[in-house]
Design a binder for this molecule. Sequence first.
Ligand SMILES: [Zn+2]
Length: 295
Amino acid sequence: MGKNAKTKKDATDIINEKILAKIEEGELPWRKTWKGGYNLAINRKSKRPYALINQIMLGLPGEWAPMKYWNEIGGKVKKGEHQSIIVEYMECHGKRTVKNEEGEEVEETFKYRKPKFVGKYFHISQIEGVEPLEKDEIDMTGNEHKLPIEDVLQNYYQSEGIHVYDDDRAFYRPFDDTIHRPMKKQFKEIEEYIATLVHETAHSTGSKKRLNRTFGEKFGDEKYSKEELVAEISTVYLMGLFGISTESCFDNSAAYIQGWLKPLQNDKKMFLSAASEAKKVMDYIMKYDKIEVNI
Ligand SMILES: [Zn+2]
């Protein structure tokens, strides 16, 4: 057996497939009524819709729960049904060296959340012995796992010494390590603002002192195009993880990715290589999802 044989797909593999499908064929299953509709995957126990990442993971609207919960409420998984996987957040502990107020280097321990994959999820159509919820029992006020992405970005900028400036355009400037972006009020939707900020933040992880990616020499060359793919795929991952993407954000991202794949001859390998870089970007930024810090 090959050492790198991959038997299990993870969330980013599934998102990649969805982006490629979107680029090739168009419409995704959940997109029609993303905002305020019932055409969503619902957590049977909390009676709330799953975050977008799990909408993508589950792929089918309606009630979902782990087998254990179905059993608790008198249900049984039908014979031969296959499980689905969702993403949950696991609390992790990390250590790093920081400078204290006196300028001395001290070791800091911190907690952060890391996505993990949890299996044995089943859709209500795969269950016998349980009736669906009434529509008014479902709580549509918010998605689960809505995480404070702006706090995470703020932690990242502060710890990494990145300055963010108001501007009319959005860009990251490697030579002085600064992010420029239009102000919140210039955007119609807050999600579009955050997606723009996340995109430029993703570029900043490519700096020599961070993940050290090669930026292109000029607009539209191969490395430039690839870096754009990395930044936008990272944006899709992070917006999904934080549960704040919307259908128009996803569509915009897919269109943007499609645009940058063109100069790369629509090379799928190039997409997957950018996607694996994007995964590193996501992990790098997620480390700043600090819950608490003890020095
Ligand atoms: Zn960009």
